[in-house]
Design a protein around this ligand. Structure first.
Ligand code: SF4
Ligand code: SF4
Length: 346
């Protein structure tokens, strides 16, 4: 990894250079919550001043720019007994600015599923390869537990990663395109003073984690606690709304439908993200539902995050952002559920 120092006044030039040939997605203030705190989302911007890098978090992750909630996989035209299939991949260059380390780690997990798996997804690959990523370090939120999940730092999966040193950014460069782009604005070599300030900032960030969860041996604990009352306790509260999966940067379960025109001349195959908490998630032909109640569906989501994914990829799927805990109207959060599971075993 290479490191450089970028003056804050040069950061604007960097964004303008990126804007010349990319659509830019960045944190944008979209309103305030009931306590007057700003709400941010990752949205397209046309100018530097539209983004707000002082954001704390975004309600939704940037997952939608890689796995849209709804996308056409292909369309069919049937004519004179013949048919043609049309498939289009997104190849327009895009840049996402200001992603947190946990959100980049979330993308690395999705890469394992959609790029490095036996059957890579060309739709995901085309978006991922054409997206330039500029990460940004941050002071953790009270309820964030990314440090417990080992996702508070990131060493690859981005092009540039910035740490705010006050009047300048400490920039980690992880790709050729990041290096070439940075060379178009004025940067300088890192001095000992910069390195020491960077280490101080990292120590401050580390000390800022207030929520810590114990995930030691969690996959085995989940196997032991398959019939625990913890699932009933939290399952009874669950509203089966699916919001947790929608805001989660790593939930990727989906369904595929074929929509056919009334005259059978056209059809479209549509992929739509799903949530394992929704009532029909495990319903099969004939109407049987393998998970008819909230508690088994809620449990399934936790088993996929912390048990099934570990078996397949040697790491949990959850990155500890706690977006799911914040959006849940029933007050269900991973920190509370996992703490209960451990307390069952004291
Ligand atoms: S856990 Fe919360 S957000 Fe998720 S489906 Fe249940 S009520 Fe909705
Ligand atoms: S904390 Fe919740 S939203 Fe964030 S990665 Fe884990 S399960 Fe997903």
């Amino acid at each position: 990894m290479l490191f450089r120092i970028l003056g804050k006044e040069k950061f604007r030039s960097l964004i303008e250079v990126i804007l010349e040939s990319n659509e830019i997605i960045a944190p944008k203030r979209v309103g305030s919550n009931a306590s007057g705190e700003p709400i941010h989302q990752f949205l397209p911007i046309d100018a530097f001043d539209e983004m707000d890098l002082d954001y704390r978090t975004t309600e939704y992750s940037a997952k939608t720019y890689f796995l849209p909630y709804r996308e056409n996989l292909c369309s069919f035209n049937l004519d004179d007994g013949d048919w043609q299939q049309e498939i289009s991949y997104r190849i327009q260059p895009r840049a996402i600015i200001g992603l947190r380390a946990y959100d980049i780690n979330a993308l690395l997990k999705l890469d394992k599923v959609f790029i490095r798996n036996k059957f890579p997804s060309p739709y995901y690959v085309s978006r991922r390869e054409n997206t330039f990523i500029v990460g940004l370090d941050h002071d953790p939120l009270e309820d964030e537990f990314s440090q417990s999940m080992g996702t508070d730092i990131v060493t690859h999966g981005f092009d540039l990663f910035l740490t705010d040193l006050g009047d300048r950014y400490f920039v980690a460069i992880a790709s050729d395109r990041g290096f070439n782009l940075l060379n178009r604005v004025e940067v300088r070599e890192v001095t000992d003073d910069d390195t020491n300030t960077y280490k101080e900032v990292r120590r401050r960030i580390l000390a800022g984690f207030k929520t810590k969860i114990n995930v030691h041996n969690l996959p085995n604990l989940l196997d032991l606690e398959f019939t625990s009352e913890v699932w009933e306790k939290w399952g009874k509260k669950c509203l089966s709304c699916g919001s947790c999966a929608m805001v989660c940067p790593t939930c990727y379960c989906y369904g595929v439908n074929e929509e056919v025109s009334m005259d059978f001349s056209k059809a479209t195959r549509v992929k739509q993200l799903h949530s394992c908490n929704l009532l029909d998630f495990a319903e099969v032909a004939g109407g049987h539902n393998f998970r008819p109640d909230q508690q088994t569906r809620l449990k399934y989501r936790y088993y996929h995050q912390h048990r099934g994914f570990v078996e397949d990829y040697d790491e949990p799927k959850c990155v500890g952002c706690n977006r799911c805990g914040r959006v849940c109207l029933a007050g269900i959060s991973p920190a509370a559920v996992i703490k209960d599971l451990y307390e069952e075993n004291l």
